[in-house]
Design a protein around this ligand. Structure first.
Ligand code: ADP
Ligand code: MG
Length: 262
């Protein structure tokens, strides 16, 4: 077998990364710098590392995240109402096997989506399936599925991931029947898989969002049974940056007080 035959064979065997580095590692072996065992280990490790990267890339694409910000990029010092230890605890991901939910509540711009996405990225790295959507998009998809009599299929996308991130709950009120579909989703995931939800509304105001007090209490009853709540009461990060650049003179800020209704 010539070196190029070997390369071709590795590709045919589905080991493209190994094929890529074969010549280079072989050259080191010939130069007597590595043993036979080290040679094979090098080739295998290259393939394995490449495979993991590709696997994570695929999982990350499937997760539909709007951006890829990490927990390390989050500056806790400017957001004192967040307990960093609580977030680090959540970052251990024990909430996933517990099938607990996470709620990130607070006004716009305080980092709710950033934190949700960074937890999602950690979950992907630990091999969990993740899917990101906004409440608006979710409702629209479920409504269309319902109207076209394809609800089960539509629902599957939101039921199968181990971690479902629902961003921006409460920005728009749900249309009639949507609350019921949302309840179906929440019940089906209850004690099976986790939801990370961000909202600008305290739980007490969810009735206005869902539009039906009975469905609202049934939804809250399920999703809050096993849940971690992070209340953020700070100032918008975007506004802070603008102010630092001298581009914005702030009006007196009225901070919305979000209370944990549990
Ligand atoms: P929210 O979802 O609460 O409206 P975002 O998570 O979208 O806020 O945050 C707005 C922007 O500010 C994002 O680009 C985010 O990465 C950034 N940001 C917010 N808080 C922080 C922080 N504490 N450290 C670093 N970046 C932050
Ligand atoms: Mg957001």
């Amino acid at each position: 077998m010539t070196p190029s035959d070997m390369k071709e064979t590795l590709i045919q065997l589905g080991l493209p990364a190994a094929a890529q580095v074969l010549e280079q590692i072989q050259a080191r072996a010939v130069a007597g710098q590595i043993t036979y065992a080290e040679f094979l280990a090098d080739v295998l490790q290259t393939e394995q590392a490449d495979r993991r990267t590709r696997y994570l890339d695929t999982r990350t694409k499937l997760a539909n995240l709007p951006f890829h910000k990490r927990l390390e990029d989050f500056d806790f010092s400017i957001q004192p109402t967040i307990d960093e230890r609580q977030i680090q605890e959540l970052a251990s991901l024990s909430f996933i096997p517990e099938t607990s939910n996470i709620f990130l509540l607070g006004p716009p711009g305080v980092g709710k989506s950033h934190l949700a996405v960074s937890l999602g990225l950690l979950a992907i790295e630990q091999g969990y399936s993740v899917y990101f959507t906004t409440a608006g998009k979710l409702v629209q998809e479920l409504m269309t599925g319902y109207q076209e009599d394809r609800l089960r299929r539509r629902m599957r996308r939101y039921l199968s991931p181990k971690v479902l991130i629902i961003d921006e709950m409460g920005y728009q009120p749900f249309p009639p029947t949507a609350a019921n579909l949302f309840f179906q989703l929440v019940s089906a995931r209850y004690e099976r898989s986790s939801i990370i939800m961000t909202s600008n509304k305290a739980f007490g105001a969810w009735g206005e969002v869902l539009g039906d007090p009975i469905v609202t209490s049934a939804v809250l009853d399920r999703i809050l049974h096993h849940a971690y709540v992070v209340n953020i009461r700070g100032e918008s990060y975007r506004m802070r940056e603008r102010k630092a650049a001298g581009m914005y003179q702030s009006p007196p800020i009225k901070t919305q007080q979000l209370e944990d209704k549990r």
